[in-house]
Write a protein that binds this ligand. Structure first.
Ligand code: NAD
Length: 527
């Protein structure tokens, strides 16, 4: 029915026409701000008496949108609406659901600059980072549309004479979809459309730091013809509406991406059975990382330095896959740090709406304070600030790309997720030691090794315990279909978003076995 899946190409911003198109999208989007966000329950947009604001992290005084603070009663109604819609949506043929996703992808492709521009304004993404986020959202739509057809197809079973056996993947029910702010389009859309294409219905609670992008995504869902009640939009406090949706006895599963702390809380709450609940809730939780790049003594140091700096400071280090630890063999430690510092010095920290900006503000004041506190902690624990360390919170939440050298294994900034532009430089005695340091964390999301020695790379394949391991390349930038993405240990449930196992998490298998032939007409089963 569809052509083979191919990743959405990224925009070449060196071309004049593309630059002009993006600049014009920025202007248009900005002219319509602030947006007036509402709740969507059962296909009806409703306002709420209390609101909150989403602001531009690079210009704190710019309001991007005003959003309803959903209440407990709103959240309960949203789950009920999703539950009612499930009765029909579950029976919509899979190919119809798949076609819906492809229509959504087509509209998003047409309006991609508008969405990317919104991410520059609301989340502080540079042009290429924003474009990458939009491209990934399109990829999820196209990929899951095709994947659903595979799951809807005849499934292989061992034949048994006298029986006709069929295995069918059916949806679960109402899902609570809870995305983070850092991929406000791709992850939000990915978890939502994976739910929808598999026949589930959703209460989507976007992050309060990036609700506008999620709100705009609904314009597309509606235009593409999504029926009322299939996805309900519930803004508000995570602890308030989030908990209500997670706890609700009619919620069948939770698709969560965010921090370890909230992920564990969701997991714990979901385990409790509430009155009227007749299932064990399924939790798909993708959480934080403390990702490391190992630089062996035989590595190409130029390439390694470029990979480390891109992975550490792309989108201000606010990716779950960001490199926050450079673990460097002692024989190349000083040379490597110099190269990292040289590249870091070239980063331009400014407003992301300027095309030449390569790094921008961190998401909000809380993050600004917490990242600065980690920098202080790094210093107090004996780290040496090699470059950066400064910040300016006047106009926006700007923190310089910071490299702290001589960080000891076990130090706070070597263990805890900072989620900002702070890289710890760690000296390893040798490759054995480097692998040991890399694995000595509760997380296990991404990691990379730079080495020219195939034996070292092979050891990393076996011993470096992360869900996504990269060899001689940076540790960020997973592509849908190419690098299914998800982590081990406290990084989550290894759901491998953008991979061929992903939709199974939103489905359950039903097997129907019919006796055929001479026994077909028997009234009483022999079982
Ligand atoms: P967060 O945990 O603070 O919030 C995630 C979501 O949970 C938000 O929508 C938030 O509103 C909601 N929430 C908060 N309290 C809640 C509650 N009590 N009940 C239900 N929902 C609640 O994370 P964040 O700051 O938005 O995102 C950054 C984190 O996400 C980082 O730790 C990062 O590593 C992680 N992340 C992981 C992946 C991955 O694939 N593993 C991808 C992106 C981000």
């Amino acid at each position: 029915m569809f052509s083979e899946f191919l990743n959405e190409p990224l925009i070449d911003f060196s071309a004049d026409a593309n630059r002009r198109a993006f600049a014009s999208a920025l202007e248009k989007v900005r002219a319509r701000l602030p947006l007036d966000g509402r709740l969507l329950i059962d296909g009806k947009w409703v306002a709420a008496p209390a609101t909150f604001e989403s602001r531009n992290p690079s210009r704190k005084d710019e309001v991007i949108g005003r959003f309803a603070k959903g209440t407990r009663a709103d959240a309960l109604r949203a789950v009920d609406a999703a539950h009612a819609a499930f009765a029909t949506w579950r029976n919509t043929p899979a190919d119809e659901r798949s076609r819906l996703l492809v229509r959504i992808a087509a509209i998003l492709r047409d309006r991609k600059h508008e969405f990317s521009a919104m991410m520059s304004l609301e989340a502080g993404k540079t042009w290429p980072e924003a474009d990458g986020d939009t491209a990934e959202a399109i990829d999820f739509l196209e990929f899951y549309a095709r994947e659903m057809l595979r799951y809807a197809d005849k499934q292989p079973l061992t034949p048994l004479p006298g029986e006709d056996n069929k295995l069918e993947y059916i949806p679960l029910g109402v899902g609570a979809v809870i995305p983070p702010w850092n991929f406000p389009l791709a992850i939000m859309a990915g978890m939502t459309v994976a739910s929808v294409v598999t026949g589930n219905t959703v209460v989507l609670k976007p992050s309060s730091d990036a609700p506008t992008i999620a709100f705009k995504f609904f314009e597309i869902l509606e235009e593409a013809g999504l029926p009322a009640g299939v996805v309900n939009f519930m803004t508000g406090s995570g602890a308030e509406v989030g908990d209500v949706v997670v706890d609700h006895p009619k919620t069948r599963y939770i698709a969560f991406t965010g921090s370890k702390e909230i992920g564990l809380r969701v997991n714990e709450r979901a385990a409790k059975v509430h009155e009227g609940q007749i299932w064990i809730k399924r939790v798909v939780a993708e959480m934080g990382g403390k990702d490391a790049i190992i630089v062996a003594d035989d590595a190409d140091l130029e390439e390694a330095a470029t990979g480390v700096v891109q992975s550490a400071f792309g989108f201000q280090g606010q990716k779950c896959s960001a490199c926050s630890r450079a673990i460097i063999d002692s024989r190349v430690y000083d040379t490597m740090l110099e190269k990292i510092a040289d590249r870091t010095a070239k980063i331009k920290l400014a407003d992301p709406t300027d095309q030449s900006t390569t790094m921008s503000a961190v998401i909000n004041e809380k993050a600004f304070k917490s990242i600065n506190a980690y920098i202080e902690k790094g210093k107090s624990e004996g780290g040496r600030v090699l470059i950066g360390g400064g910040s300016d919170g006047e106009q926006g939440f700007f923190i310089e790309p910071t490299v702290i050298a001589d960080v000891k294994p076990g130090a706070t900034i070597e263990q805890e997720e900072i989620f900002g532009p702070v890289l710890a430089g760690i000296k390893a005695e040798n490759y054995d030691d480097a692998l040991k340091i890399a694995n000595d964390t509760q997380f296990g999301l991404t990691g990379a090794v730079y080495s020219k020695d195939e034996a070292k790379l092979e050891r990393a394949r076996r011993e470096f315990h992360v869900g996504n391991l990269y060899l001689n390349r940076k540790c960020t930038g997973a592509l849908v279909g190419v690098h299914p993405f998800g982590g081990f240990n406290m990084s989550g449930t290894d759901s491998k978003a953008g991979g061929r196992d992903y939709l199974l998490l939103f489905l359950q298998a039903k097997v129907a076995s019919e006796r055929v032939g001479a026994t077909t007409k028997r009234a009483v089963s022999a079982d």
